[in-house]
Design a protein around this ligand. Structure first.
Ligand code: CDP
Length: 249
């Protein structure tokens, strides 16, 4: 696996109360993570929003998704934050880019079309790593992404890999996009979802794959509440070194 030298940046502290949720596009990660974080009193941090914010910033300043140097500058210099939701408009969290609320614009199809190419660059990934590791080290947190369990927080207390059939994932994404007024066809959504997965799985640096010790859950046809309850039970079964539960009841 190719790694930029900075990717060796160390990870400090105890990550027993980090729950890593990885998996392909539209596997239900963010929805499950929001409910789980609320039940456990943890922060939700969706790392996909960071890559989407960099892709949006690149579109805004006409930077090509192939221009690694300019993209890594954007990733280092941009003020990106992912915070608890400030509005009740269906959002699971807020995404801010350089002082602007971009929660919905980062979901635009134009961003979806390039984000995986942006995320392929080692220099972009390493620029976004310190923030992710700071979050992991400071809070009880549910972290969502592609490489949390394998790379960002390899010692996370619990690692989950969520998946679902490509058709189900495309159906979910189509429903979400249509509810927001998107005119994209189901076929276009399916194509984009599969393309993004292929790029995420095929890249050299921190590709999408389940960690060896991840618990894999297929969410196809299973109600969200059931998935959340299953992961919550796994988290609550974990104990610290003294035998105390890790999560407050
Ligand atoms: O919500 P959805 O599953 O469609 O995607 P996302 O989680 O918002 O992530 C968007 C893209 O960011 C992914 O397709 C990856 O290319 C990239 N990403 C990544 O490379 N590593 C992460 N930890 C999270 C996202």
């Amino acid at each position: 696996m190719r790694q930029a030298p900075e990717l060796a940046q160390s990870l400090r502290g105890d990550h027993q109360r980090v729950i890593a949720i990885d998996g392909p596009a539209a596997a239900g990660k963010s929805t499950v993570a929001r409910l789980l974080a609320d039940r456990l009193g943890a922060l939700l941090f969706d790392t996909g929003a960071l890559y989407r914010a960099v892709a949006l910033a690149a579109l805004q300043s006409d930077v090509s998704p192939d221009d690694e140097q300019s993209l890594s500058r954007i990733a280092s210099d941009a003020q990106i934050s992912v915070r608890p939701p400030s509005l009740q408009d269906g959002r699971l969290y807020d995404v801010w880019l350089n002082g602007e609320d971009v929660t919905w614009s980062v979901r635009d199809p134009e961003v979806g079309a390039i984000v995986s190419r942006v995320a392929e660059h080692p220099a972009v990934r390493s620029a976004l790593l310190p923030l992710q590791r700071t979050i992991a080290s400071s809070s009880p947190v549910v972290m969502v992404g592609r490489d949390i369990g394998t790379f960002v927080v390899p010692d996370a207390g619990l690692k989950i890999y969520l998946d679902a059939t490509p058709e189900e994932r495309a159906r979910r994404r189509f429903r979400e996009a249509t509810a927001r007024g998107s005119k994209q066809s189901m076929e276009a959504v399916l194509r984009e979802t599969l393309q993004r997965d292929a790029t995420d799985r095929g890249r050299d640096t921190a590709p999408l794959r389940p960690a060896a010790d991840a618990i894999q859950i297929d969410t196809s046809g299973i109600p969200v509440d059931q998935i959340v309850a299953e992961i919550e039970a796994l988290a609550r079964a974990e104990r610290d070194a003294a035998g105390h539960p890790l999560w407050p009841s």
